[in-house]
Design a protein. Structure first.
Length: 297
């Protein structure tokens, strides 16, 4: 009997010691997690004990910490991108307003010759038109973020493309270029939002005219889906062509004030909203933007 009591006492003592060791391990893990959350360390949690559940707990905590770090990096990157976007938009809006203000002062100056005032008025009108175009892009993007999807309809994308190209014929003539056009003679139909398709085509054509250096080409290919390809020469190679679809992205860091960088972002968002997508690639100084839309079945 005394022997059994001794064995029981030893077993209880061993169990108590084991529990204390587990508690100390849990406390150490908790301290590590707290330090990581506070940003004091990036160390991973590890288990010193052989207990399977403690080891499993450490693995799961490391997964959560990894997700926390990843989301924190994404949040910082998004915050920096937002700051850059605000700075860029402020610059784009302020530049034409500053110019308009300067020319208005010249118009008010009694010493300004009458023949020059007409020229100043023309410049003011041009700056205000550019400002309205920028505001229109911002409004369009905001509307897309908020509006509910519309019911798709049968749209002849080939006919819409011909109509839009005809509307911008004068713009191509003004820059002394005529795009190579390769589209089917018969209608090509997709299911989508007619107004969104028109806006996609307009934005792609405007992008060619604004940023292209020539060698303009428009192609419509029908395969498993309908592929619209707009190509033009570029001044400099892009590190990552896919970035042109990012919100507020402009390849020109000096921001010439020609664009908010929202036009192609709107293109991709509209295309994806209709079950398609937008991609880009470059080769030998030519940038190609492709919009894919699901063909009507």
């Amino acid at each position: 009997m005394p022997g059994a009591v001794i064995v029981l006492a030893i077993a209880c003592a061993a169990l108590l010691l084991y529990i204390l060791l587990l508690l100390r391990e849990v406390r150490r893990i908790a301290d590590t997690v707290e330090s990581v959350v506070k940003g004091e360390t990036n160390a991973e949690v590890y288990a010193l004990t052989g207990n399977r559940q403690i080891r499993r707990l450490a693995v799961q905590i490391n997964r959560l910490l990894s997700r926390h770090r990843r989301e924190e990096r994404q949040s910082r990157a998004a915050n920096e991108a937002f700051k850059e976007s605000i700075a860029g938009i402020s610059h784009d809006l302020r530049t034409p307003l500053t110019s308009v203000s300067g020319y208005l002062q010249l118009l008010e100056n009694e010493k300004t010759p009458p023949e020059k005032k007409a020229g100043y008025l023309a410049v003011i009108e041009k700056r205000l038109a550019a400002l309205l175009a920028l505001l229109d892009e911002l409004f369009e993007y905001t509307r897309l973020e908020m509006e509910a999807p519309t019911e798709p309809q049968r749209v002849d994308v080939c006919g819409e493309l011909r109509e839009q190209l005809a509307m911008y014929y004068g713009e191509f003539a003004r820059v002394g270029a005529e795009p190579r056009i390769d589209i089917p003679e018969s209608g090509v139909y997709v299911w989508g939002d007619r107004q969104h398709i028109q806006r996609i085509l307009q934005n792609l054509i405007k992008n060619m005219l604004t940023h292209g250096t020539g060698d303009y080409a428009v192609e419509l290919v029908v395969g498993e889906a309908v592929e619209l390809r707009f190509s033009n020469g570029i001044l400099q190679e892009l590190d990552n062509p896919a970035r042109i679809f990012q919100r507020f992205y402009t390849g020109d860091k000096s921001r010439s004030g020609k664009t908010t960088g929202l036009g192609l972002s709107i293109v991709r968002q509209m295309a994806q909203g209709m079950g398609g997508d937008a991609t880009a690639w470059q080769a030998k100084g030519v940038l190609t933007i492709q919009v894919t839309l699901p063909e009507e079945k």
